[in-house]
Design a protein around this ligand. Sequence first.
Ligand SMILES: CC(C)(COP(=O)(O)OP(=O)(O)OC[C@H]1O[C@@H](n2cnc3c(N)ncnc32)[C@H](O)[C@@H]1OP(=O)(O)O)[C@@H](O)C(=O)NCCC(=O)NCCS
Length: 168
Amino acid sequence: MAPKGPQSAAEEQARIEILDPTQWPLLRELRLRSLSHTGTLLDGVREAEAALPPSHWQELLATSVFWQAGVDDSPVGTARYTPQAGYGHGGSLWVDPQGRTRGLARRLMLTMIDHSRRRGDSDLRGQVIPANRPAVRLFRSVGAVPTGWLKPRTNPPHILRIEMSIPL
Ligand SMILES: CC(C)(COP(=O)(O)OP(=O)(O)OC[C@H]1O[C@@H](n2cnc3c(N)ncnc32)[C@H](O)[C@@H]1OP(=O)(O)O)[C@@H](O)C(=O)NCCC(=O)NCCS
């Protein structure tokens, strides 16, 4: 068998784990990290979210499922699943710049899809900015199609998001 390259080795080392309710400080840390790296790609303002109380993060963990992708015990990525009426919503998909292009976002996306399918959802939906090439490519590669839903973001509002749906 051919020796494995560093990319596949890194993928194998990565663990995808659900955050439990006690891990809200880690959720907060990862979210704030993601907002410092992503410019306008994620819909949030780091300074505003940094000021939110513990109850905000505890509430998020009570109403959504969050996964972290960890490499060598260091968290490098997140994904969030929120149940809606009949379908699932996927969001907060983020991989630290140092962990990118190794397939971690794909693994997080497949984890969300599997979770949504097991719950009996009709489809898993997510929102993406059309200019976000890696994200659009990832959505398309798992069979996502635009729903026609188009909406200004909360911040900044001049950027439009499109909604993509992955049939399950
Ligand atoms: C989008 C993001 C999560 C991708 O993470 P990643 O771990 O590098 O992604 P993967 O390695 O799993 O690759 C996913 C797909 O994106 C493609 N891709 C990755 N980086 C790319 C780049 N810079 N340009 C074009 N395509 C790229 C990969 O080729 C792959 O395509 P495929 O599914 O056709 O094989 C990451 O870039 C990120 O965190 N960006 C900032 C936050 C963000 O935009 N989140 C998504 C909001 S919807």
